[in-house]
Design a protein around this ligand. Structure first.
Ligand SMILES: [Zn+2]
Length: 260
């Protein structure tokens, strides 16, 4: 049946009809998703209930009810979207954007924005425009006006090389948002090269394919690659308290905003 519907109704319309149905089903006044502009009564569960995530107080991971039932955006995507909308010119200015490991709900939006020259990329070529290893980015220096690369660096053994590459291809007047999950209590990033199997990695780092847990020194690591880093902490702005609740943002989560 699904296949027949897909044949009769082209992809984009199919997506729109599906969203319309979900919007109707989950309708409510309690919450609002700023990514898909839906008013909803509840969020769906998201993340994993692992002891290491609780023990190390990882921001940006762990089991919580924070997934939009309509567009699939998480709390961190809603924060990112709020940040991009209020603190950058991504929706107005003509810019060349590199989006690594694109979040589907954001990819859906960026692909349709006329002002953006958009390139999505990932090591896994499924669903992106280009296969790319970000420790060897096949573009010249200063090529992109903006880079979004979230929850990727914690998967890469040589993260300093990846950070240097992102820095190299960023325009001198450009900006990058490079989010990672990090521990609120670890002063320094924890790595252990002896932990290699998926089972061990899940136990020690909180996910089968993570190779470290970033600590409070994450911004310093970005600075080592050359970036200037500013932290946008939405919860320190009292005027955003109600909005933050409505969108169910994580009060501990900052945006790491990087420039050259
Ligand atoms: Zn949504």
């Amino acid at each position: 049946m699904k296949q027949i519907i897909k044949k009769i109704i082209p992809g984009a319309y199919h997506q729109k009809i599906k969203r319309w149905g979900l919007r109707f089903f989950y309708y409510g006044n309690r919450y609002h998703c700023n990514v898909c502009q839906s008013h909803i009564r509840k969020w769906l569960p998201l993340g994993y209930d692992l002891p290491v995530l609780v023990e190390k107080q990882i921001v940006g991971a762990g089991l919580r009810e924070a997934l939009c039932p309509v567009c699939g955006s998480s709390d961190r995507i809603r924060l990112l979207f709020h940040f991009l909308k209020t603190q950058t010119e991504i929706f107005d200015k003509k810019l060349k954007l590199l989006h690594i490991a694109p979040e589907p709900s954001l990819q859906f939006l960026f692909e349709h924005l006329q002002n953006i020259d958009y390139l999505s990329a990932d090591l896994d070529p499924d669903g992106v425009m280009m296969q790319m290893d970000i420790t060897k980015i096949p573009f010249p220096d200063n090529h992109f006006d903006a880079i979004i690369c979230n929850h990727v660096l914690e998967h890469i053994p040589d993260d300093q090389k990846a950070m240097s590459e992102l820095y190299r291809v960023l325009n001198t007047a450009g900006w990058a948002v490079l989010q990672v999950p990090f521990s609120k209590i670890l002063k320094t990033t924890f790595e252990d090269a002896a932990v290699t199997s998926p089972q061990e990695r899940e136990k020690v780092f909180g996910q089968t394919d993570h190779v470290r847990i970033y600590g409070l020194d994450y911004a310093s690591r970005l600075k080592t690659a050359g970036f200037k880093v500013s932290r946008y902490q939405w919860s320190e702005d009292s005027s955003l308290k109600e909005l933050g609740k409505k969108m169910k943002l994580n009060a501990d989560e900052p945006v790491f905003f990087c420039s050259k």
